[in-house]
Design a protein around this ligand. Structure first.
Ligand SMILES: [Fe+2]
Length: 394
């Protein structure tokens, strides 16, 4: 792993992941971790409003209760919130391969006796105990600097400092409007290669029923200009600025955001890219946005919650936190960099469609084969490849 900073916050490797006995985990490991990290849990936990949560793994159950100043853990179930899952899914949650949100999103959790907020707030406490990260308070997400934009020739150490602190960056005029015009023209020709039903081409509909191609994955296959920009020294400079050892840019995703989408997702709601899992294996990856068109109140734009990449934040409305949000206006040819676990969303356009191309700069995996196996498990959940409930497993 590269030098320690707030961009590279990896703390696990797939190759080091050890199996464990569920009984021993609850009866021994979790108790000792809760004790060990009590000072990281106590300041933030009271604001979470924690009610009792029973975790039922196969035929056994344990109940977590907030006692006012610490977590109480006992065997058996209570009448409160019930989180039922199989041993493999619990193992994957403990190892941070998946989050409870991944199981909820995949429709694999019985929510009839379970509040999502309660489950996710307890997940914050669990992660604090297992990972030694604080249950966040406002101090943990405080950002030193007000919003500012950078010029390409600004001092890279200033950019890095801002990125590490705020979790995002805006650099003006990295590319020319003419370079972006070429990319925009390639949108139309590339789109011809994404037939309806192609899983690499995502569609969404406006109120008139028209279906729009809003996302082209691996766009550079059909754009020589995009292939050149990915390999451009200006992108290499941004990668170097982070101070991390990063692999070449990932396949690009070309987004086209029409006005008035009512069915499907052209503009994502608040999320971290690690919302479904694997934070401690791969975050924070810098995500680079090429602004093909302007971004503003008319075109829509990226909105970020600065400082959230440094904290266990799963929702913009997380209890106990007063998140600041910032809207990133930009011109065609600008670049944005947001970290994969900075809480972010896309504000839809109001009058004019927006185009932006994203690529991710991932950290070098110490064991690529093991990492690929971990990613494959999470991707199966994301793709809905696992169905059927508690015992379903690939
Ligand atoms: Fe995202």
């Amino acid at each position: 792993m590269s030098e320690s900073n707030s961009i590279d916050c990896r703390s696990r490797t797939d190759a080091d992941q050890m199996p464990f006995e569920i009984d021993a985990f609850f009866g021994d490991e979790l108790l000792s971790r809760l004790d060990e990290h009590q000072s990281l849990i106590a300041p933030g936990a009271p604001a979470l409003g924690l009610a009792e949560l029973s975790i039922e793994v196969a035929d056994d159950a344990w109940t977590l209760r907030w006692d006012g100043d610490r977590v109480h853990l006992a065997s058996g179930r209570s009448a409160g919130n019930r989180f039922r899952l199989d041993a493999q899914d619990w193992t994957d949650i403990v190892h941070d391969q998946i989050t409870p949100m991944a199981l909820i999103t995949a429709g694999l959790v019985d929510m009839s006796q379970l509040g999502m907020d309660q489950l996710m707030n307890w997940w914050v406490v669990l992660r604090a105990a297992l990972d030694g990260r604080p249950v966040p308070t406002n101090a943990d997400i405080a950002v030193k600097a007000a919003h500012r934009s950078f010029e390409p020739d600004d001092d890279p150490s200033d950019m890095r400092g801002f990125l590490e602190d705020a979790g995002y960056l805006h650099i003006r005029g990295v590319f020319t409007p003419e370079e972006m015009s070429v990319i925009e023209a390639d949108y139309a020709t590339a789109a011809e290669n994404f037939a309806e039903g192609d899983f690499l081409g995502i569609r969404a509909a406006t109120a008139d029923g028209e279906r729009h191609l809003v996302r082209m994955i691996a766009f550079e296959r059909f754009s020589a200009a995009m292939r050149e920009l990915k390999a451009d020294p200006r992108i290499a400079q941004i990668a170097a600025m982070t101070g991390c050892d990063l692999v070449p840019p990932s396949p690009t995703v070309a987004l086209d955001k029409p006005v008035g989408i009512v069915n499907g997702i052209a503009d994502t709601p608040w999320h971290k890219d690690c919302s479904l899992g694997r934070h401690s294996y791969q975050c924070c990856s810098p995500v680079v946005g090429f602004y093909v068109t302007d971004a503003d109140a008319d075109h829509g734009h990226l909105r970020v919650a600065p400082g959230t990449h440094r904290a266990l934040v799963w929702s913009p409305d997380q209890r106990g936190l007063d998140l600041e949000t910032r809207d990133l206006a930009a011109r065609a040819g600008d670049i944005s960099v947001h970290l994969s676990c900075t809480l972010h969303m896309a504000v839809p356009p109001t009058t004019t469609p927006r185009k932006v191309v994203y690529t991710r700069l991932d950290h070098i995996d110490p064991d690529p084969e093991a990492a690929q196996a971990g990613r494959a498990r999470l991707n199966a959940l994301r793709a809905g490849a696992r169905v059927g409930g508690l015992s379903a497993k690939d």
